[in-house]
Structure formats: C-alpha cells, structure tokens
Design a protein around this ligand. Structure first.
Ligand code: FES
Length: 343
C-alpha cells in the first residue's frame, strides 16, 4: 500500500531495445543490492511527468539471477499514454530515480500439476520469470503469447529456447489468433492459469474459464486496465472533505492529481486491479469512464464508486475517500474489499 512505501534510489545501469516500442531497463540500487523478489513481483518508480512526480508500477522481468543485485523491467512506449512511459524512455544510463521495494500481488504457485500462462503484448513481463522458474523445476507449463505484430514479441527468442514447443505465439499482423478454447481445454482441472495483458484478453479468458466450469480462484491475472470507451480529456474534481477543487489534465491520472493536491488516497497496484483507491462518488455531472477490472459490472453501472488510479470522467465529479488520516487502515481496506488479484 502506498502508505507503507519506502523509497530508495536506483540508477539506470543498462538499456536495451527489445522491439521498436519495448525497452528493457536495468536498475541498480545506489546503495546495496536488489532485495529478493520472486516472479510476478513489481517495482514502483517515481517519474517526472509534465513537471510532477508520479508513480508507475512495472513488473520485474525474468529471474533475480539474470541480473544479480539489480532489477530488470521492460517498458512499452505509449505516445498517447499518460506520459509515464515516455519519461521512462527518456532515461539514460546513469540517471537516478526513486524506487519502492519489490512487492508481489501476482505470486506463482510452484506445486501445481501444470500451469498455463497467457500474455498479451507487454503483459509478457511478469510471465517470463514464471515460465523460466516452472521450466527449471520441471513443472509442465505452456505459454500463449499474443502481440499486434511479430516484431513486438519481446523476449520471444529467449522464451523459445527455454520452452520449445510449449511457447505458442500469435501476431495480429499475420492474421494469427490464440486458440484459448483449445489451450484451456487441455489444461488439467484444478491447474492455475496466469493472464497478463489488456482487459479485453482477460475478458476473453474469463468467458472460456467460466464456460468450462473452472474455479474462479485458479484464474489469476494482472491487466493494464481498459483503454476506456470515452475520449481521454481533462475533467473537474471536487473533494469537499479536503477543500479541493482541481482539474485533472488529460495526461495525468485522477489518483496522481489528488495526491499532488494533498488528498490522501490509499493505493497499491495503480492499474485498476486491487480496488484500494476506490472512492465514493458524491455527485456526478457527466459520465464516468470506468477503466478498472476491480468493480463489478453492476457497480460500474451504479456509478457510486470509481477507481481513481485508472478511471476518468467526462464532465465533473464530486468525490469522497474511504481514507481517514486517523482511521483504522484495516477497516478502510476492508471497505474497499481488499485485493482482488484473483478474480
Ligand atoms: S490502486 Fe489498485 S485499483 Fe487503484
């Protein structure tokens, strides 16, 4: 949770372009060495976007031994994103930035009889280490990996060496599609499936998963949230409890804007999964573009809460927060239903 974050400095020690839009960045702690982490873990970084420091979350790639003492991430350049990826692409070797300790809400079960991994685009990053760890242990694993083009299949060559035929790639530019139905049908009942990719991919997997009568807890996921169904523009936000009346710019998240204005909001994943940042909607003039995967469809339609890290508004909104500076954090977390990384 944000309230527990401890920031320390890391230095960019290496850069490598994996595809035309994906850059690998190796980060070396300025003091000491990287803390221990396991596949599925992520690192939060503070980057300057439009003159403000903002927090971004990146999955750690591969296994700790791949870059001893350091961290490795890969960043997709999104020219029309919120600016964080562009700031990361502007980094040069030697640059220093604040980083959290590794945190893992996407842990891998090592004792399952078999495992299916499904990646969409840059969602490959946490799954590289999972695939390698399972393969090292001799646990049956398959990895389905889709991207818009074959040139954007980052780490595919390494994965092919590690997994052989257990890696199945599909690229849209070649007219290829993942056969989710067949892949899930071949997964023994009771085995877990890990999905990381856009919300649309997760929705497609969820549909097949439910149709096959599988346990919801065996489907584990991380997403980039949804790209939204409404245009990304600026909007007005009031938080009367804190006397705040601000404009959220098109290039920043509601959560970043509230934090910059001094409004305390609990957060963790910052990508619409955990629900910790969910805020109460007191009044709405316009429409909410829910971009999270935490709230249920009914909750989204009810418009009584929104996830500040990813969701946006067309118009204006008045909000209140479950966070109370002198309140019971456990109760607040419970009010937000805790983590929902397992659907
Ligand atoms: S911080 Fe996790 S949903 Fe917003």
């Amino acid at each position: 949770m944000k309230s527990q974050n401890h920031w320390s400095a890391v230095r960019v020690s290496a850069l490598r372009d994996l595809t035309p839009t994906v850059r690998e960045i190796v980060l070396q702690p300025v003091e000491g060495v990287a803390q221990h982490w396991a596949p599925g873990a992520h690192l939060q970084l503070r980057v300057r976007v439009a003159g403000r420091e903002q927090t971004r979350s990146y999955s750690l790639v591969g296994l700790p031994a791949d870059v001893p003492g350091a961290y490795r991430i890969a960043v997709k350049r999104l020219a029309d994103g919120r600016g964080g990826s562009m700031a990361m692409w502007d980094l040069a070797v030697g640059d220093v930035l604040p980083a959290s300790a590794p945190n893992n809400h996407f842990p891998l079960s090592l004792d399952a009889p078999g495992t299916l991994l499904i990646a969409g685009g840059i969602g490959i990053t946490p799954l590289v280490g999972m695939a390698c760890q399972l393969r090292e242990r001799g646990t049956p694993v398959r990895l389905l990996y889709a991207a818009r083009s074959a040139a954007e299949l980052a780490y595919a060559d390494d994965l092919r060496v590690a997994l052989g035929d257990a890696l199945v790639c599909a690229s849209s530019d070649r007219g290829e599609r993942l056969d989710l139905l067949a892949a899930l049908a071949a997964l023994p009942m009771g085995s877990p499936c890990y999905v990381c990719g856009p919300a649309g991919l997760l929705d497609a997997v969820r549909e097949v998963w439910a149709a096959q009568g599988r346990a919801p807890a065996d489907l584990r996921f991380e997403t980039f949230g949804s790209g939204g169904r409404l245009p990304t523009g600026s909007f007005q936000v009031k938080v009367p409890r804190h006397g705040v009346d601000i404009t959220v710019a098109a290039g920043e998240s509601l959560l970043d804007a509230l934090e910059a204005a001094g409004v305390p909001v609990m957060s963790d994943c910052r990508r619409g999964e955990c629900g910790l940042c969910a805020m109460d909607v007191v009044d709405l003039q316009g429409e909410i573009d829910h971009r999270d995967v935490f709230l249920s469809e009914g909750e989204r339609q009810g418009n009584q809460r929104l996830c500040a890290c990813v969701s946006r508004v067309v118009g204006s909104v008045c909000l209140d927060s479950a966070y109370r500076p002198d309140g019971d954090l456990a109760a607040q977390s419970d009010a937000n239903r805790g983590f929902a990384l397992v659907s």
